[in-house]
Write a new protein. Structure first.
Length: 239
């Protein structure tokens, strides 16, 4: 083999891993921003990845995803979003009112896909549901809109209930919004509220046991508990 051919061969071999690295770096980067911890959000991550796969995207193959967990430290949010904007990520995916509103305030150029529990129009995320406009779109879980319906259902099932214990997770970013709707719905039906905070399985069990032992408790008498699945919000009726 001639010296020139040998040098060309070595140079080509050295360039292969560099080219592969460059190709990997060129994958579009999606930033997933969410409160809580990776363990607490495992189901959301699984659903997110499933949605990506159904749309033809596979992590590590044609898209890269960075997961950012706030774990209740909302003071980190502004700096985090500023860094994502500086790096010009392809998409910012947010879950929760606070993170979604902050993301919209951080950029008007990078596409944002949100999932919130309150009306996105009222939150200022979109101009309207039919025509979101701008760089933001997403999904509303209709948490606020269903609070009154859940209370009416509870009132129909336990019509003699006069007091309702509401079990909420104080670490959830939508808790304040949910409680506002809960208080309005309870007042409309003439029900008294007892707010119980719980952010772990043990605290939830303890709160439910406390309510079940209360005098004339509908939960104890009828073994009925009305829960909002996966959101640590329960309504316990007591007569």
């Amino acid at each position: 083999m001639r010296r020139r051919d040998f040098i060309t061969l070595v140079g080509s071999a050295a360039a292969i891993p560099l080219a592969a690295h460059a190709q990997q770096q060129a994958l579009p980067l999606v930033a997933f921003v969410r409160d809580g911890s990776p363990e607490a959000n495992a189901r959301y991550v699984a659903a997110f990845r499933k949605g990506l796969n159904e749309s033809g995207y596979v992590e590590g193959q044609n898209v890269t995803v960075e997961y950012h967990w706030l774990e209740g430290q909302y003071d980190r949010l502004t700096a985090l979003l500023a860094d994502l904007v500086r790096r010009q990520v392809a998409v910012i995916a947010t879950l929760g009112n606070v993170t979604s509103v902050a993301a919209k305030a951080a950029t008007s150029a990078i596409p944002i896909v949100f999932a919130v529990g309150e009306d996105p129009v009222k939150l200022g995320l979109v101009a309207s549901l039919a025509r979101p406009g701008g760089n933001v779109t997403g999904t509303n879980f209709l948490v606020q809109e269903t609070v009154a319906k859940r209370f009416r259902l509870l009132h129909e099932l336990v019509p003699k209930a006069a007091r309702v214990a509401v079990l909420v997770n104080p670490k959830n970013s939508t808790t304040d919004t949910t409680l506002r709707g809960t208080k309005e719905a309870a007042a409309a039906l003439g029900l008294q509220l007892q707010i119980l905070n719980a952010s772990s399985i043990g605290e939830i069990d303890a709160a439910c046991h406390t309510c079940a032992r209360a005098p004339r408790c509908a939960l104890r008498r009828r073994r009925r508990i009305f829960c909002q699945p996966r959101r640590t919000t329960c309504h316990l009726g007591s007569a």
